[in-house]
Design a protein around this ligand. Structure first.
Ligand code: GLP
Length: 241
């Protein structure tokens, strides 16, 4: 894994734009694997600014998102579908018809997982963006997830529910389950870009970069990817330097 340590969140988001933009400029019809969470917000703001000011175009791009809360409609303001529209898609020239995410309200959840995995078979990500959970999860692949997993439903761990509750009115509102791309679907990406910032991620970053490759730390699988870059700030890198 290539590790790039930068000073702070803004520098991380600037470097992330450089990497993402290079993919889109080289291949205007690239498949972008996208992520939610607070970590990529700076990158998304940079992509919007760069699209408006420099004309970098996403017209031909197709996107696949990592995960979605089970039970939340795409218009629910905490759904990841809503997050993507408001934080990125509405600010760039992507065609919404070319954006993909699991349907949180799907009645037949197994069928929805199967649909999404088969969609991913036809849409190998040219780049997959990832954040990391404080317990080492990527997307919603919690500790213990099989490395050969495809899209599946997960029971969120208490620590993830607690971490994510800051975005909901109260902790009881956080859905207990989610759809997530599996680790196998993520590892199929040609290139992976992981972002991490803040001291709260230092342990997870250590496990991802220097720890044993184990299903107990889902992000450790990234050590096996041939083209994975981690861009993190000094606080998140404090245990690996
Ligand atoms: C959620 C998402 C992950 C994300 C993680 C970290 O659990 N499913 O994709 O990486 O949160 O979020 P944040 O970037 O807000 O720390």
């Amino acid at each position: 894994m290539k590790v790039i340590v930068v000073k702070d969140y803004d520098a991380m988001s600037a470097k992330a734009l450089e990497i993402m933009k290079a993919v889109v400029v080289e291949k205007p019809n690239a498949v972008l694997g996208l992520a939610t969470g607070s970590t990529p917000l700076g990158l998304y703001a940079n992509m919007i600014k760069d699209c408006k000011e420099n004309g970098t175009s996403y017209k031909k791009v197709r996107t696949v998102n990592l995960d979605e809360y089970a039970g939340l409609d795409k218009n629910h303001n905490q759904s990841y579908a809503y997050f993507m529209r408001t934080n990125l898609f509405e600010g760039i020239d992507v065609d919404l018809a070319n954006t993909n995410i699991e349907d949180g309200t799907a009645k037949d959840r197994e069928k929805e997982c199967e649909r999404y995995s088969r969609l991913l078979d036809d849409m190998q990500q040219d780049i997959q963006l990832l954040g990391i959970g404080s317990n080492g999860h990527i997307a919603f692949n919690e500790p213990g997830t099989a490395f050969d997993s495809e899209t599946h439903i997960v029971d969120l761990t208490e620590s993830t529910i607690k971490d994510n509750s800051r975005l909901f009115e109260k902790i009881e509102d956080v859905p207990r389950q989610a759809f997530t791309m599996g680790l196998k679907n993520i590892m199929r990406a040609k290139k992976i870009l992981v972002l991490a910032n803040g001291a709260g991620k230092a342990n997870a970053v250590y496990g991802m970069v220097k720890g044993r490759v184990t299903e107990s730390v889902p992000a450790s699988i990234l050590q096996l990817h041939p083209d994975c870059t981690l861009v993190c700030d000094e606080a998140a890198a404090s245990k690996i330097v």
